[in-house]
Structures are given as C-alpha cells and as structure tokens.
Design a protein around this ligand. Structure first.
Ligand SMILES: C[S@@+](CC[C@H](N)C(=O)[O-])C[C@H]1O[C@@H](n2cnc3c(N)ncnc32)[C@H](O)[C@@H]1O
Length: 300
C-alpha cells in the first residue's frame, strides 16, 4: 500500500489519482485509487461547505428544481457517492418531508464519518449511510425509487456503462445524475477530464444500458467552468419487480442478516463489518465466515 506517499503528495498539493495511476502503471482510476484519493481529503469538503455555504445553496436550489418533479410521496431515495453529505444536507431541506427512506453511500468510510457529523450539524432527517462501490451496490434489483448523484460517477472513466447498468438495476422510477459533460465541455476542459480520468459519453452509456435519457440540463455557474455539470434525467427500462431496500451482499446479492454485529450473507458466506454504525458493504470488506451460518455452532 502506498498510502504514506499518497498522503505526502496530497499534502504538498499534488494530484493523488495522477500519482497513483503512474505509480501503479495504470491508465484508469480503479476503486482503490478512488478510495485512497477521496479518503485522504476527508474533512476538506465539510470545512469548505461551512466557509462557502452560498455556492452550495445556489447549487442545491438548481438540483431541487430538477429533482423535485421526479419525486413522489414515500419514495426511497439513494445518493450515490455522497462524500461528506455536504450537497445532500443542503438539498435535504428542499425536498418534500413526505419523501420515504433516505440512503447515501460512498466508497470512502472516512468521508461518511464526516458526512454523519455534517448531517447532524445541519439538523437533517435520518439518512442511512453505508460504504459501497457504486459499481456494486449492496441492494437488490428495483429496491429504490430515485437514484441521485452529484459528481460521483466523475472519476470512473472506462466504467461508464457498468455504472449506469448498476444504477438502473437498483432503480425503479428515475435516476437524476449531476455529472460533468465531456461532450459539452471546451477543448481545455476535455483535456483536463482526460488527464484526471473523468467519465465521458454518458448519453451513450445510458442508451447502451437500456435507459431513456429524458433530459440533459446544464447547471448555471458550475463551480469549475472546466468541469461543467449537467443533470442527466434517466428513466430505467420498464420492470414489474420491486424489492425492499434492505442490505444485500455485493457479491451474491442475497439479503444480509445481522449476526453478532456483522451483516452476513448465507449465499456467499461473507460477513461485512459495521464500523461506527456504518455498514462496510464492499466486496473487499467481506470476510469468509461460514461459521456464522445459522446451522453452525459457534465455538465459545
Ligand atoms: C467530487 S466528490 C462529490 C461528493 C458529493 N456527491 C458532493 O456533491 O459533495 C465524488 C465522491 O464520489 C465518490 N465516488 C467516486 N467513485 C465512487 C465509486 N465507484 N463508488 C462509490 N463512491 C464513489 C468519492 O469517494 C467522492 O466522495
């Protein structure tokens, strides 16, 4: 693990994903690189949000205006790549109080820790936080109504189709993704997105995954003009199935049961830890622990 060196790069103002891709001889960001790069930033979004609430307020106004017409009473709402929940916290108070359960995940556990504190500080309604890779969501098919993202697919270049397929797998009603548009970007902006390993051709991935792109709306005054946010409003392919939004194994996709403080999959035999109240539902976090199976006697 090259965490110590990555931390030095971060602290000296360098780009951690650039450094890790080069150090590992990779051309794309993978889950581990994304996790390290964002985990090292934990706390930075919270302090920036406290210092610059006006920008977030204006962004949240625009997000809510696009999102609200898609929501129905009782809808289960999922924020993927929530980071420190700073945008979610500003959005939450603009959403109807009759919305159903709210869920939010990120690949970085450290950022979710800050996220919990930020949501509490903002006095938000309860949000179920969990650590997960958005390419392998620990939820069963068609178990959430609305999937929302804000610059979360962004560093996952090369996995555009896998990300959209996974979102549409769990989503029943509508996915509204606020992500940078490569195609609508300037030549300088595109070069920057190429260099950072940012996504491109989301409309192509949406069509290939069977989604219907209802609208692609540019956001006014993006934080960085070289990274212009667009709202992709997507209807998933029609389906009659519906499942409860309960935790599912990211490997076998069966519903997880709680045993001795772990979340356990009878299908895969994997147990997932819960760290400071946040379930870590990543494939890499699963521990093979077949002794936790209901039919086995656990030695004292
Ligand atoms: C630019 S930040 C945006 C955070 C938040 N949505 C906001 O608006 O402040 C991107 C976030 O997406 C998360 N992310 C990126 N790729 C991910 C993946 N494959 N699975 C889960 N989270 C991911 C990162 O860890 C990071 O917290």
């Amino acid at each position: 693990m090259d965490i110590r060196r990555a931390k030095e790069v971060y602290e000296s103002g360098g780009n951690v994903t650039d450094y890790l891709r080069q150090a590992r001889g990779q051309s794309r960001n993978d889950a581990e690189i994304i996790e390290i790069a964002y985990d090292l930033q934990a706390g930075s979004y919270s302090s920036a949000a406290l210092k610059n609430a006006d920008r977030l307020e204006s962004y949240a106004d625009q997000v809510a205006a696009i999102l609200s017409p898609c929501l129905r009473d009782g809808d289960v709402f999922l924020d993927i790549g929530t980071g420190e929940c700073t945008t979610l916290a500003h959005l939450e108070r603009r959403l109807s109080s009759s919305l159903g359960r709210m869920l939010a995940c990120d690949i970085s556990w450290s950022r979710l820790c800050y996220g919990r504190a930020f949501l509490d500080h903002a006095g938000c309604r309860p949000v179920d936080l969990f650590a997960a890779d958005l390419l392998h969501l620990p939820l069963q098919a068609k178990s959430v109504d609305i999937v929302w993202s804000s610059h979360a697919l962004e560093p996952n270049a090369g996995n555009e189709l896998a990300a959209i397929e996974e979102i549409l797998r769990v989503c029943r009603s509508c996915a509204v993704l606020f992500e940078p548009s490569y195609e609508k970007n300037s030549p300088d902006g595109r070069a920057r997105m190429d260099r950072l390993g940012y996504v491109k051709d989301l409309p192509g991935a949406i069509a290939a995954a069977g989604g219907d792109l209802l609208a692609c709306i540019p956001i006014r005054e993006p934080q960085n003009p070289l990274n212009p946010t667009h709202a992709y409003v997507i209807r998933p392919p029609a389906s009659d199935s519906a499942n409860t939004a309960a935790w599912a194994c990211p490997v076998a996709n069966d519903r997880l049961g709680e045993i001795d403080g772990f979340l356990y999959s009878h299908e895969s035999g994997l147990a997932y830890p819960v760290l400071k109240g946040v379930p870590i539902l990543r494939k890499s976090a699963g521990v093979l622990a077949t002794v936790l199976d209901a039919n086995t006697t656990i030695p004292a």
